[in-house]
Design a protein around this ligand. Structure first.
Ligand SMILES: Cc1cc2nc3c(=O)[nH]c(=O)nc-3n(C[C@H](O)[C@H](O)[C@H](O)COP(=O)(O)OP(=O)(O)OC[C@H]3O[C@@H](n4cnc5c(N)ncnc54)[C@H](O)[C@@H]3O)c2cc1C
Length: 482
């Protein structure tokens, strides 16, 4: 397979597609190769059990897409994508009686937190005020320091959330549980600075850009990107697994939406020993054990207000979330694992019918764990929604190794592309001034295994494409919006 294109992109996840869009809009002839039968990577939807019901196969909820400078420039609305915002950004049942609710409206959240209202306002308010600067920084290429003003807002909050100190300040269990539920997203030790940073980023977005679901399913994001790419002359090749980088020896720029292991598979003999060893030393983190349910009615939550959110964190108290996450981070199964759940019809009724609805969930498990988590997740939901089991019409579990078979970037089921430790966040995937470049001339990395990390934001694609345009084609003036 030799390519006559100016540039080739390997992999069509949101980052690969973002890179492809940018390169094609800059006027280059671009070929995009995708191993799977359809483009999209972690941004695909499917009718898994029933022709009337759309399930998100991987990503489901998109605070990062709203915050992302790439998607801001791309303008999803202009491409017909509607992001449906639930009233409650995310919810977190703590026990039988108490539930934390992060409303899109900050003041409403505070009002519900009673004695912790002021503390929550103090924590989130300044972050919301600085949201544009903050998201541009954290979704940037992580090489630029914050301005002094932003540092003064950010540093104490990341430290408080990253060391567990925040918990001492709250009186009730709801606020700490809300924060722990968000901090658990990167799947690692708790507390940690990475978890604290995640809680700051995603936590404040609940009250800024929101935690929306796209009308029609995550697939519409992919469809919009693919349509734009094709409209600018781009060519998509599906069923096209690339196995050796030397296929593109004559192509001026090759952008790889693959992780460290994928890069090794493609280019091992070409890589300088030091860089190769650094890639071999990248560690992979805990895994997702995905479960999809088709249910006959909305989840019968004990707390009725949970019907108004698309996202529910099931983990109990902050202390229980911590125990579960630290157990999994140590490589063992948790008795009561943390579960992330999405009920998209709470915000987007178009996903199914009143009596046939999709539920999306995954439990955190050790890397490579072959566990089918269906029964565990069912029991975790049932605890806070008695009778849930009776509403299940169909289900399927996707153990961690099957996720890797579905998408080679999820090594052992690690959906972050590589463990999100502080070291691996700052040197992602290796120590290098511009980590999107590689020692191979014209070859760039653009997946979630590079800065700014996982999530559907397209920013790794944007950073890599900018570098390739500048270095390989001398193009500095970027297409509109970027
Ligand atoms: C179960 C699950 C739930 C998630 N939930 C969310 C969520 O709600 N919100 C959110 O923001 N993020 C979520 N994520 C994370 C998000 O999906 C990823 O961070 C994101 O998709 C990463 O994008 P990417 O472009 O870097 O890579 P990917 O989306 O992983 O895409 C990489 C693509 O490259 C292809 N590929 C790999 N190697 C080759 C090769 N050699 N040749 C050709 N093609 C190749 C793969 O087939 C794949 O299509 C979730 C992920 C999973 C798995």
């Amino acid at each position: 397979m030799d390519s006559t294109a100016d540039a080739v992109v390997v992999g069509s996840g949101p980052n690969g597609l973002a890179a492809a869009v940018l390169l094609a809009r800059a006027g280059l002839a671009v070929d995009l190769h995708e191993a799977a039968p359809e483009p999209g990577g972690g941004a695909r939807s499917a009718r898994l059990f029933d022709a009337d019901v759309v399930h998100d196969v991987c990503s489901a909820v998109h605070p990062m897409a709203v915050a992302s400078p790439f998607f801001r420039g791309f303008d999803l609305a202009a491409h017909g994508v509607e992001l449906c915002q639930p009233e409650v950004a995310y919810g977190h049942p703590v026990d039988r009686r108490r539930t934390g609710l992060a409303y899109a409206d900050l003041e409403r959240t505070c009002a519900r937190l009673g004695p912790d209202a002021d503390r929550w306002r103090h924590l989130m308010g300044p972050l919301v005020e600085h949201t544009r600067e903050l998201t541009d920084l954290l979704l940037g290429d992580l090489r630029r320091p914050p301005t002094p003003g932003l540092a003064a807002v950010l540093a104490p909050r990341v430290l408080a959330l990253g060391t567990g100190a925040d918990e001492l300040l709250f009186r009730g269990p709801e606020a700490p549980a809300l924060l722990a539920g968000v901090a658990a997203h990167p799947m690692g030790r708790l507390p940690s600075l990475v978890a604290g940073g995640t809680a700051v980023l995603l936590g404040h977005l609940a009250h800024a850009g929101g935690w929306p679901v796209p009308r029609g399913g995550t697939q519409v994001l992919t469809d919009a990107l693919v349509a734009d790419f094709r409209a600018h002359g781009g060519r998509v090749h599906v069923h096209s697994r690339v196995t050796d980088l030397r296929q593109f020896a004559k192509t001026r720029a090759v952008l790889l939406d693959v992780g460290p292991r994928g890069f090794l598979d493609l280019a091992r003999p070409l890589l300088p020993p030091r860089y190769r060893r650094a890639l071999e030393n990248v560690r992979y983190g805990p895994a997702a054990a995905k479960v999809d349910f088709l249910v006959s009615e909305p989840i019968p939550w004990r707390e009725p207000e949970l019907a108004n959110t698309a996202t529910v964190h099931i983990g109990g108290t902050a202390a229980q979330v911590r125990v579960a996450e630290n157990t999994v981070a140590a490589g063992r199964r948790a008795d009561e694992p943390y579960v992330l759940l999405a009920q998209p019809m709470a915000a987007d009724p178009s996903r199914g019918l009143a009596h046939k609805q999709p539920i999306w969930a995954y439990a955190h498990v050790p890397n490579g764990d072959p566990l089918d988590a269906t029964e565990i997740v069912r029991a975790r939901i049932e605890r806070f929604a008695p009778g849930f089991g009776d509403t299940v019409l169909a289900s399927r579990g996707v153990p961690a190794p099957e996720l890797e078979a579905y998408n080679a970037n999820y090594v052992g089921g690690d959906i972050s592309g590589a463990a999100l430790t502080l070291r691996q966040l700052l040197a992602r995937p290796v120590v290098r001034w511009n980590p999107h470049t590689t020692p191979l001339g014209g070859v760039y990395l653009c997946s979630g295994a590079t800065p700014p990390g996982p999530g559907v934001h397209g920013m790794a694609g944007l950073h890599a494409a900018k570098a390739a345009l500048r270095r390989e084609f001398g193009i500095r003036a970027l297409p509109t919006g970027w």
